[in-house]
Design a protein around this ligand. Structure first.
Ligand SMILES: [Zn+2]
Length: 100
């Protein structure tokens, strides 16, 4: 079966509104966490940046993890990817019995 999205491409919302047939950008950076990929995107056409979480699909091309170069050149995107990964981990972590 052919994978119709082999690079975790995602549509840029502002460009979807303007040009419906623009190709979906692939993520520039990402963090694998369990069975999920937290991916960060920057639209090459308009510069819009966003993050999203995907379920990992075996065989798909993974983006690089946010290393020093990403932090230097895409600091806001690298921070947002790390923040979403932390929020996802928090949602999966049960509250301590002594909390509250
Ligand atoms: Zn765009």
């Amino acid at each position: 079966m052919t994978d119709l999205n082999p690079r975790y491409g995602d549509a840029c919302d502002p460009c979807l509104i303007r040009i419906a047939d623009r190709p979906a950008p692939a993520p520039l950076i990402g963090i694998c966490d369990g069975d999920a990929l937290i991916a960060g995107y920057r639209c090459p056409a308009c510069g819009h940046q966003w993050v999203t979480t995907w379920a990992l699909v075996p065989g798909r091309t993974l983006p690089p993890e946010p290393g020093p170069a990403a932090v230097e050149h895409l600091p806001e995107l690298a921070a947002r990817v790390s923040e979403l990964a932390a929020m996802n981990r928090a949602h999966r972590t049960p509250a301590r019995p002594d909390a509250n």
